[in-house]
Write a protein that binds this ligand. Sequence first.
Ligand code: SAH
Length: 399
Amino acid sequence: MPDHPSSVSHHDLAVKISRRGTERLLAGHVWVYRSDVVSSDGIPPGALVSVFDERKKFLGTALYSSSSQIALRLLAREPVDDLPGLLRNRIRAAIAYRAQVVHDTDAYRVVFSEGDFLPGLIVDRYNDLLSVQMLTQAMDTEVACQAVITELAEQFKPSAIAERVDPKIRELEQLPKRISSLIKGEKSSTIFSMNGIRFHHQALEGQKTGAFLDQRENYAAAAQYARGEALDVFCYQGAFALHLAERCSSVRGVDSSRLALEIAERNAALNGREIEWIEANAFDLLRDYAHAGRQYDCIVLDPPAFAKSKRTLETALRGYKELNLRALKMLRAGGVLVSCSCSYHVSPAQFLEIIAIAARDVHRNIRLLENRSQAKDHPMLLNVPETAYLKCVVATVSY
Ligand code: SAH
């Protein structure tokens, strides 16, 4: 186990929050921003604390961060005496929920932070390997890590557990630098499957924890409508492309990362598929293809999050519009557009509007087939809108 700062007992740690912060919690949200913390004197980083309003009314138990703008993440509306016990129960509940909603795969998100009432903890399963991410000071404490790893080991008996580290998040949380590594077992690669398609997994490489598990249900949806000649733009390791290949006569995948395309090719070989992979900047390629009059029957757009914050929203919307405009231009009548956005700051309504405007600008008539979001193993809390971030619009061009 990597070295973690030692945990702190919370019994006498109290944080007082403002009226605005109180209202937010009473409205069902689980975050308190730093600007709403009235007093947090002497509270150590990552502590479990009792939260009170300005009149000293108890509001719940939360995890404290000394550096994040989100100072408190509510864990329970009751007092919590046994943090490890609570973490283990919540993990069991998260696993039980997956048994209800996850099908046709041995790769899925086991724990989705706030979505599973385990703020700061992400756990992904890839067949016999688990990947964990501790994203807050509190989840990074020895007490929390021990409880989480012990429970996961007991429940899954995995060949290995990897810790994936995002250096930027560790810096924001002012946690000591650490690199991704195996924290249990020695196996660092495996093969997993989604919707009957197989994929290579390297526990310590790739984006996120390796794959975009949040798109799993959207891959299946896309494959249901796809046919003819298909283009998967921002294809990463080829997940959409491989699903489209089940139905389409030809598939081409585009990404700017050579490394991602190398794995995409290995994934294609693993499934006995022939897909053409092109290393290019998607904006340039779509512009060139559109100018050259190329046509497709199915185009997938799954770019990285363009709007990482509210400030970059305008630029992001322009980016989404340009991509959708080019794609719509190139779709044959009856063709299918699968257009995604993982920017939380772009709302589902805004995203639909962008696509509608793009269609109007290129004089195409489109019908909405499905207005989708993230796979159900990435649960969305209705009272915590930040848990819903992925949009996947499936539309067809009439003429
Ligand atoms: N569709 C993929 C996930 C895509 S993630 C899946 O379901 O697995 C976004 C991808 O966009 C990454 O692989 C990244 O390498 C790629 N990318 C980012 N900017 C790009 C650009 N300008 N042109 C092409 N690819 C880009």
